[in-house]
Design a protein around this ligand. Structure first.
Ligand SMILES: Cc1ncc(COP(=O)(O)O)c(C=O)c1O
Length: 461
């Protein structure tokens, strides 16, 4: 499926603009120090190109804003809820749709009801909020991605696949009664934004169901995953993204979803379940923690934005541009000699900081050191996905290192143009030229859970 022209054009015109602020290196040095060298603690207006996340940072369409104006803000039985429910069921087919304020709220409700201490939940790779919500309840979160998924420079079309033999072995060892669900994260965010093949989803579903275990999909980037299946998996080239998405969800018993990603909305999420009994228990907890089941922590206009977003995210022009423009950033970095996870993911390009900065040990957080330097050099704000995020403090004061030390350059949806991305490539190429001078960090404060959000650091001299 070669595009007719080489130049990527954004499949939209710009109608509203938001100025971005240019700053000096001196200013950024002050800002970074004041933020405890944690990019999450920066004021966003001191960032020029914000690549921290693709979550809730996308630009909405005129149709979404229009739908928001005619939303129904009724507390109970809102028309906007039924529109959202219909939009989700059209794609995913699940019976019970439970809106939440974002993805982690859906996760928290699901694991509170369905998982017990001492149980184990396998996934290809759990995202950090998923892992934290599972572990918070005393359940183990286990990652079973295929070995290829752990090798940053190895090219494989579906590096997000689950190792199905490892899953079979785990079920035999742990026992099906101690596994409340099997999960699959589409695409595999923490493993490099890599897709999962339809064949793998089908096989994982079969294994889970043979053992009486439900399959729950973390569906945050289901549309991007569907597009990769269309491009890379035999038999899917002529299917529409909607048909592919429908097949994916037909193998599952439910999903958790952050609509801040492939819902093309700035806030929102949902839990979807086929099991009526489980859904009822989840709704009861929803009323306690989020809100009434027909709004679950969202305004009527948020539900309208998501309903429309779910329609737009499956458009072929949009997905072609989305995946191709991420690949454009990857191509530019490879040409500049920067080591990245290959092939590039759907929503982000991941720099392999361990390969780029071999002089900084994991105990000094090489990916964080690189992320901070990209901010100082050109006002970029990427995010560390390495030992700062996933390192585990041990009783003797040491830490286990993360499997990979990655810097994620996350592309907000429909926000930046090709010239913004050209600038990003230029900044990173400049940093690559003086990479040997970059220094690591040590921690001065950390919270017990999800520490990377609030961590405070100081440079190692
Ligand atoms: C794969 C995955 N799962 C779950 C979440 C959590 O969603 P939220 O940020 O809406 O709570 C995220 C967010 O980045 C994610 O990428």
């Amino acid at each position: 499926m070669k595009p007719e022209f080489r130049t990527i054009i954004e499949p939209f015109r710009v109608k509203t603009v938001e100025p971005i602020k240019f700053t000096t290196r001196e200013h950024r040095e002050k800002c970074l120090k004041a933020a405890g060298y944690n990019l999450f603690t920066l004021h966003a207006e001191d960032v020029l190109i914000d690549l921290l996340t693709d979550s809730g940072t996308g630009a909405m369409s005129a149709q979404q804003w229009g739908a928001m104006m005619v939303a129904d803000e009724s507390y109970a039985g809102s028309r906007s809820f039924y529109r959202l429910e219909a939009a989700i069921q059209n794609i995913m087919g699940f019976k019970n749709i439970i809106p939440t304020h974002q993805g982690r709220a859906a996760e928290h409700i699901l694991f509170t009801i369905a998982a017990k201490p001492g149980q184990v939940i396998p996934s290809n790779t759990h995202f950090d909020t998923t892992r934290a919500n599972i572990e918070y309840g005393g359940t183990e979160a286990r990652d079973l991605v295929i070995p290829e998924g752990r090798q940053p420079d190895l090219i494989h079309p579906f590096k997000g696949n689950m190792d199905v033999e490892a899953l079979r072995q785990m079920i035999a060892e742990v026992g099906r009664e101690r596994i409340p669900m099997v999960m699959l994260t589409l695409t595999n965010n923490s493993g490099g934004g890599q897709p999962v093949s339809m064949d793998n989803i089908r096989t994982v579903s079969q294994i889970a169901h043979e053992n009486g275990i439900p399959l729950i999909i973390d569906a945050c980037r289901f549309a991007e995953n569907s597009w990769f299946i269309k491009l890379r998996e035999e038999g899917y080239a002529d299917k529409t993204p909607l048909e592919i998405a429908r097949e994916i969800f037909s193998y599952a018993d439910g999903c958790t979803m952050s609509a801040k990603k492939d819902g093309l909305a700035n806030i929102g999420g949902f839990l979807a379940l086929n099991d009526d009994g489980l859904a009822q228990q989840c709704r009861n907890l929803l009323i306690l923690t989020e809100g009434f089941p027909t709004y679950g922590g969202l305004a009527g206009y948020d539900m309208e934005a998501i309903a429309q977003g779910l329609h737009e995210v499956l458009q072929e022009d949009y997905l072609r541009y989305r995946i191709r423009s991420t690949a454009y950033l990857a191509d530019g970095l490879v040409a500049a000699g920067v080591p990245i996870v290959q092939p590039p993911g759907g929503h982000a390009v991941y720099i392999d900081a361990r390969a780029m900065l071999p002089h900084i040990p994991s105990s000094q957080y090489p990916a964080q050191a690189l992320a901070a330097e990209l901010y100082l050099e050109g006002g970029l704000r990427p995010v560390e996905i390495g030992s700062l995020m996933f390192g585990k403090p041990q009783p003797d004061g040491s830490e286990t290192a993360a499997a990979l030390e990655l810097v994620r350059l996350t592309i907000p949806r429909r926000v930046y143009t090709q010239s913004h991305i050209d600038y990003v490539i230029e900044v990173i190429a400049r940093v690559n030229a003086h990479k040997d001078t970059i220094k690591g960090f040590r921690i001065t404060y950390q919270a017990p859970f999800l520490r990377h959000f609030t961590i405070q650091l100081e440079p190692v001299e």
